[in-house]
Design a protein around this ligand. Structure first.
Ligand SMILES: O=C(O)c1ccccc1NCC(=O)[C@H](O)[C@H](O)COP(=O)(O)O
Length: 219
């Protein structure tokens, strides 16, 4: 199962994520976020993770070509995560311009939010299902809130997605059992305060994932 830890900004946290067994590291390019990083910081940390076989993901929100050009040229991400209201046409443009896989994020709060899967199918390479941002939040992601995973019941098993939104060591077992996702994405669940990753919480999270996987195998 793929595991992406998002919102990294330090070498200590990146090393903890690598040691824990993550497959992806995510970097946020959104100035309003406490996790926002400079492109060269993401380039250094991303290259460090790439050297260990992880994929580096650039997370942007309705970014224009100028910003994406800089991110792609300097950071050399493996994947672009589009976390705004990018249309299918914009996703197709981004894919064509950079030749990189695109993961399109959606907020899920009702069953019909999943209709977007058909609209972006064959355009986005993967989906990331996140919770809807609370009304008082300026961030489209990284809010530490979960959505009702039972909304995913009956989803076509060929839909490739990362489950996201409020995941942490305490709820990951239920999340895996309910949603059976092909990937997990976590940010604030491994932070001691917004934007500050905790190496202890990162280690506990990976331990909880390993225990959850053992339980799944035994069931
Ligand atoms: O994390 C942010 O600050 C952020 C800001 C703007 C757009 C996206 C953002 N995060 C994207 C992610 O992939 C997060 O990991 C995802 O939303 C889950 O976050 P959390 O609920 O805190 O685990």
């Amino acid at each position: 199962m793929d595991i992406k830890i998002c919102g990294l900004s330090t070498i200590e946290a990146t090393d903890a994520v690598i040691a824990g067994g993550a497959t992806h590291v995510g970097f946020i390019f959104f100035p309003k976020s406490p996790r926002h990083v400079a492109v060269d910081t993401a380039a250094k940390l991303g290259a460090h993770a790439q050297a260990q076989g992880l994929k580096s993901v650039a997370v942007t929100v309705n970014a224009d070509d100028t910003y994406l050009d800089e991110i792609v040229a300097v950071m050399k991400p493996d994947i672009l995560q589009l976390h705004g209201s990018e249309s299918p046409e914009r996703v197709a443009q981004v894919k064509a311009r950079y030749g990189l896989p695109v993961m399109k994020a959606f907020a899920i709060s009702a069953r019909d939010d999943l209709d977007k899967i058909d609209i972006y199918n064959g355009i986005a390479d993967r989906f990331l299902f996140d919770a809807k941002a609370p009304k008082n939040s300026e961030l489209p992601g990284g809010n530490g809130v979960s959505f009702d995973w039972t909304l995913l019941e009956g989803l076509d098993p060929s839909v490739d997605y990362m489950l996201s939104g409020g995941l942490n060591a305490s709820n990951i077992s239920d999340a895996i059992a309910n949603a059976k996702p092909s990937g997990l994405d976590i940010s604030s669940g491994v932070e001691s305060e917004p934007g500050v990753k905790s190496t202890k919480l990162i280690a506990s999270f990976f331990e909880a994932v390993a225990n959850a996987k053992k339980r799944e195998t035994n069931d």
